[in-house]
Design a protein around this ligand. Sequence first.
Ligand SMILES: [Zn+2]
Ligand SMILES: [Zn+2]
Length: 248
Amino acid sequence: MTCYLCGQPIADDAPFYNDHGQQVCKPCFLEAKRCFICRFPGRKVQEVPGLGGECEFCRGNVVAEGSPVLEALQPLQPFLERFGSWPALPPRFAWVDRLELRAMQTQADLPPDQFMDDFLRFCYPVYYQAGTYHLLRRMAKPTFAVHAIIQLASAQVAQRFDLAHLGGNTPFHTMARGFCHWLGYQAAGLLKYDVEKRQLRKWPELGAQGDFARWELSAQHMPPAKVVAQFRAELGPAARKYLPQRAP
Ligand SMILES: [Zn+2]
Ligand SMILES: [Zn+2]
């Protein structure tokens, strides 16, 4: 086994890092600049302003600033229509810096995020606010897909009740947010995105995923269509109760 970075042999009993079908020896691993998205210590890690390093394996295999986002969304449309509907307004997109995107979602004093996992632990990499989908400058395609679904669903709810976004702590907000999160989780399962499914089960922390646990529990003993019907039945009454000035 040879180290991908220094080309030296790695002894059988020596620790090494393994990803993208490549092995990296421990000394190189400790020194190299690493990719923000996948943590790999690549040969050609380039700095993406407002994000972090990007390795040669992730480059070209991500939804990145400037990519045709609408095209990337099209395959998700049938899924979303099965579970709800496509948002009425034509989507607007803005690529934003990691810290700015974090600040939109939480004011908590968080540890600095070195890698994508650290970011996802507390924040969504796609976030709908005031008619615009705010996007992290780079993300893996499966990450984009599941989070786009969560935010497209959030946008529908927000638009219907004339809210700028679904952040908020009333039972209406946590119920609606939890359902949208569950939709993304459901999509991750259907698309066989196991990593994303595991991430969505536990993250984001600090209440961002709302009452996800409740919807996930419902889905264990009723078919998805019934979970959706239940959400629709509860949404209007919850809005009248908790957003009296907003409910149509
Ligand atoms: Zn090495
Ligand atoms: Zn990478």
